[in-house]
Design a protein around this ligand. Structure first.
Ligand code: IMP
Ligand code: MG
Length: 188
């Protein structure tokens, strides 16, 4: 196994910047939902680190739930538009204020499918909170109410986002050097 440093092109968002923005988002949510009750629906696994930090800045009543989705044709870094729910919520969301917590919106296919599904369960409100937005890659419009950072079209890892399922624990968001990654894979 290689080290994260072996494939790091640059740190895109450092720990301090991330933490500051996540706090702001938590405070904003607390203000917007004052006196109300929230269910955070975290999309596994990328949204986990963000959720855990975010919720500690939320002062209104909240619960957490998890959902896992997979795009057909795994292995590819591009989601296909065909999305399958592999793990569903453990509770009903009818008449609840739902905030979907996601690491990154790329094509928009994943969240578009999740939103369509959750809408059928008649929540009181439904919105998206995404840490990262690769806006230039969007194929399907999805309304993001809370955005951490709009980022360029680069493959990133850390702070919940994986590189081949590793490095989700990094406290920053880094850009993958795809040439270095390729060279490492050729050697192994
Ligand atoms: P979408 O359906 O194309 O919007 O893809 C969203 C999903 O693709 C995210 O939830 C991530 O799991 C994954 N993804 C997209 N870009 C990246 C990236 O740069 N690094 C890691 N995962 C990514
Ligand atoms: Mg994800």
């Amino acid at each position: 196994m290689y080290d994260y440093k072996d494939v790091l092109a640059e740190v895109l968002i450092d720990e301090q910047t991330l933490q500051k923005r996540v706090r702001e988002l938590g405070e904003q949510i607390s203000e917007d939902y004052k006196g109300q009750d929230i269910v955070f629906v975290c999309i596994l696994r990328g949204g986990v680190v963000f959720l855990i930090d975010l919720m500690r800045h939320v002062t209104v009543a909240n619960q957490i739930e998890f959902m896992a989705v997979s795009s057909y044709g795994t292995g590819s870094r591009k989601s296909s538009g065909q999305v399958r729910i592999t793990y569903d919520l453990n509770t009903g969301i009818e008449n609840r204020n739902v905030i979907i917590v996601e690491d990154i919106v790329d094509s928009g296919n994943t969240l578009n499918a999740v939103i369509q599904l959750l809408e059928t369960r008649n929540p009181k409100s439904l919105c998206i909170c995404a840490l990262l937005d690769k806006a230039s890659r969007r194929e399907v419009a999805v309304p993001i109410r809370y955005t951490g950072f709009v980022i360029p079209d680069k493959f990133v890892y850390g702070y919940g986002l994986d590189l081949d399922e590793y490095f989700r624990n990094l406290p920053f968001v880094g850009v993958v050097d795809l040439k270095k990654l390729e060279a490492i894979k050729l050697k192994n």
